[in-house]
Design a protein around this ligand. Structure first.
Ligand code: HPA
Length: 263
């Protein structure tokens, strides 16, 4: 296969609609011990081999609680991917944020309930460190890309991941706000955890599609979709610049995540 001759070190996981980012793309189907992920586009971006995985399937048919996160991350691992940049639609809990804003979270709180969150169900008993869950090197590259492009970006933020697919109640959002949460989404966990378990760097680029429950009259998917669509050109620009900015060699601790994680 032509495009698989070169190493694929970087992957983008995102929503349907970001595919045009990848040039000379070829769609490949990868099998994993955890099931079959959506077809992965492999091609070039800034002269680097990049994979694009549409998290919800090619036609957005898989809801967030049914995404096969293990198959997705394992498939990228099998392709040799060492870094994942994820895009996530989020609702704003922090009142200073507005729809259309971009956020590079530095931490998360996990409020998912039903998802398999580990590759290590059995021995070796493995506890990966989550003191710094998102790769600092990718985060720095995302922030630098925004600076270079003259795009405003929130350089820090706490993300809460909920189970979905329902949206949150007002009381839940108020609770999250009191816990110090800035944005709410349904897809960052367990992606970030599974990537760390395979020593893959991972960082999210979040775009605010709405104010969270209780902060605007009502939430509609058409609003989320409309705002997401508007964000796509700037997301594409930032992703392009970020891939350009990433150093060839990884200088973070992510590649050593398993060194002190085992009993
Ligand atoms: N809640 C959860 N997930 C979301 C939201 C929200 O308000 N907006 C976009 N993804």
């Amino acid at each position: 296969m032509k495009s698989l001759k070169k190493k694929i070190e970087i992957a983008i996981i995102g929503g349907t609609g970001l595919e045009p980012l990848i040039k000379n793309a070829e769609a490949i189907q990868v099998g994993t011990p955890y099931g079959i992920p959506p077809r992965i586009l492999v091609g070039t971006l800034h002269e680097r081999q990049v994979a694009f995985l549409p998290r919800h399937g090619a036609s957005h048919t898989v809801p967030p609680h049914r995404v096969n996160y293990r198959a997705n991350i394992y498939a990228l691992h099998q392709l040799g991917v060492q870094r994942i940049i994820a895009t996530n639609a989020v609702g704003a809990i922090n009142r200073d944020l507005k729809p259309g804003n971009l956020v590079v979270p530095h931490d998360f709180i996990d409020f998912t309930k039903l998802r398999p969150t580990t590759f290590y169900e059995n021995a070796p008993v493995t506890h990966v460190d989550m003191s710094q869950p998102y790769c600092p090197e990718i985060r720095a590259s995302l922030i630098k890309a925004a600076e270079q492009s003259g795009v405003d970006i929130w350089e820090k933020g706490v993300l809460v991941c909920t189970e979905g697919p329902r949206l949150e109640t007002q009381a839940e959002i108020e609770m999250f706000r009191r816990l110090g949460v800035d944005v709410v989404g349904m897809t960052s966990v367990p992606e970030v955890v599974l990537a760390r378990e395979l020593e893959i760097c991972y960082a999210p680029l979040c775009f605010v599609t709405n104010m969270a429950a209780g902060m605007q009259k009502r939430l509609t998917t058409s609003e989320v979709r409309k705002t997401a669509k508007k964000a796509y050109p700037v997301l594409q620009k930032l992703l392009r610049e970020t891939v350009k900015n990433l150093p060839i060699k990884r200088n973070c601790l992510c590649p050593h995540a398993l060194e002190h994680a085992r009993f």
